[in-house]
Design a binder for this molecule. Structure first.
Ligand SMILES: Cc1cc2nc3c(=O)[nH]c(=O)nc-3n(C[C@H](O)[C@H](O)[C@H](O)COP(=O)(O)OP(=O)(O)OC[C@H]3O[C@@H](n4cnc5c(N)ncnc54)[C@H](O)[C@@H]3O)c2cc1C
Length: 386
């Protein structure tokens, strides 16, 4: 096995790292305190990301994207996540599900998203359907050339400033192994479409400045030309990208954990108690050893999984392992970093309490740790159970 990054990958990592240091990190504290990113700052980051060639790095070259393979994408995600999601989200990665666009959708949605002229949001979760996405109740009923959508969504990231939402709604039901299942369709619903209301959701402790929204659909009429992919085939469109997304979340966790580690290491060398650097006590230095070891394992697992995705040989369970392990390592490392900082670790004058707060969401979104364990164990047991 070759664990050496290519020269291009090394240069990419260096370029993204200096972009984060120069353009994003200086704003992190102010954005966290204000719990908001001004439209001017958002536009500035977007413009600089486009100029630097980082915008839409996840999208294929043939539609104008960066065309990075999954391993390189994971490296970029690792670097970007040294700063809060509230900021690096503006180095946009349009939902790759948009590759299912066809006909006019390509010029109306896909290309503008890749070029930074439009932004999307992904609207699946509902108050009654989180981990159990199949339980969504939002319905779309065909009426002539239109679909009429009724229902609601919550926890939808960026819906307040997105130009359109990719909305998942039930369009049919069928029996599978004696259980009723929903056939689901994905729709492209423009902001301002009559019948769709967007409302800011509750405040979140992680990534202040990164907001979620509630969407309400009340006889919201969209033409059939706004169906993304095929009618009743919404899961087919969504699942492939959701699985890939988990590996990218794992890469985000590795970057955040490494940042916490770097801060804790420096503090352990600088902070003196009982006349010595606290890092000279094994109670602290062994924590650092464990943190570094866990981060290395999470990083290798994540990059190996991304590499497998590039080879076309990654399974859902393997993506789940990377997401599960890296997000749990981040949780432990962030907590130990606070411990090494002592009281200062909980004060909002430094980034450690921010990293600790931000880390918490990673075990919940894109499939909770319990759901990842479910996916992994189901894959292990499936060949043995009848
Ligand atoms: C900040 C934020 C941003 C988000 N952005 C988006 C977005 O842009 N678009 C979108 O569609 N969604 C988004 N989500 C939703 C996110 O994906 C869900 O929060 C997540 O899937 C978990 O669903 P839930 O919160 O309803 O928890 P629940 O599903 O209610 O789970 C609660 C607890 O029960 C456990 N649990 C549930 N089922 C099982 C089981 N079978 N076995 C064992 N344990 C189980 C869970 O692991 C968890 O610990 C976002 C959420 C947050 C908080």
């Amino acid at each position: 096995m070759n664990f050496q990054l290519t020269q291009e990958q090394e240069m990419l990592v260096e370029a993204v790292r200096s972009f984060v240091t120069r353009e994003l990190l200086p704003h992190e504290e102010e954005v966290d305190r204000a719990d908001a990113v001004s439209p001017e700052l958002a536009a500035q980051i977007r413009g600089k990301a486009i100029a630097a060639g980082f915008y839409a790095f996840n999208m294929p070259e043939e539609v104008g994207g960066g065309g990075l393979d999954y391993l390189s994408q994971a490296l970029v995600e690792r670097e970007l996540s040294r700063v809060s999601w509230a900021l690096h989200v503006f180095v946009a990665r349009p939902s790759k599900i948009l590759m299912a666009c066809k006909d006019r959708q390509i010029d109306d949605y896909l290309i503008p998203c890749v070029q930074g002229e439009k932004t999307d949001c992904f609207a699946l979760t509902e108050p009654g359907a989180g981990s159990d996405a199949n339980a969504i109740k939002t319905r779309a009923v065909r009426e002539g050339d239109d679909f009429v959508i009724n229902g609601s969504k919550h926890f939808i990231s960026h819906a307040g400033h997105a130009d359109f939402a990719i909305v998942f709604a039930v369009t049919d039901t069928y029996e599978h192994n004696g259980r009723k299942r929903n056939a689901v369709t994905a729709f492209l619903v423009d902001r301002g479409t009559p019948g769709m209301t967007v409302r800011r959701g509750p405040k979140c402790v992680s990534n202040r400045g990164y907001h979620t929204y509630e969407l309400f659909f009340d006889d919201c009429r969209v033409p059939a030309s706004k169906v993304l992919g095929e009618v009743d085939k919404g899961w087919e469109v969504a699942n492939a990208w959701l699985t890939a997304g988990r590996v990218m979340v794992a890469a985000n966790c590795v970057g955040q954990a490494q940042r916490a580690m770097d801060l804790a290491l420096q503090w352990a060398a600088d902070r003196k108690q009982f006349g010595q650097a606290i890092g000279s006590y094994q109670g602290v230095s062994f924590k650092l050893a464990d943190m570094a070891t866990q981060i290395r394992a999470a990083e290798l697992l994540t990059l190996h999984t991304a590499w497998k995705m590039d080879q076309g040989s990654m399974s859902d369970g393997e993506a789940g392992m990377a997401k599960l392990f890296a997000s749990e390592v981040l949780g432990k490392v962030a907590d130990e970093a606070v411990q090494i900082f002592g009281g200062m670790g909980l004060m909002d004058e430094g980034p450690v309490e921010r990293i600790w707060r931000n880390a918490r969401i990673e075990r919940i979104w894109e499939g909770t740790s319990e759901i990842q364990r479910h996916i992994i164990s189901r894959e292990l047991l499936r060949p043995l159970l009848r």
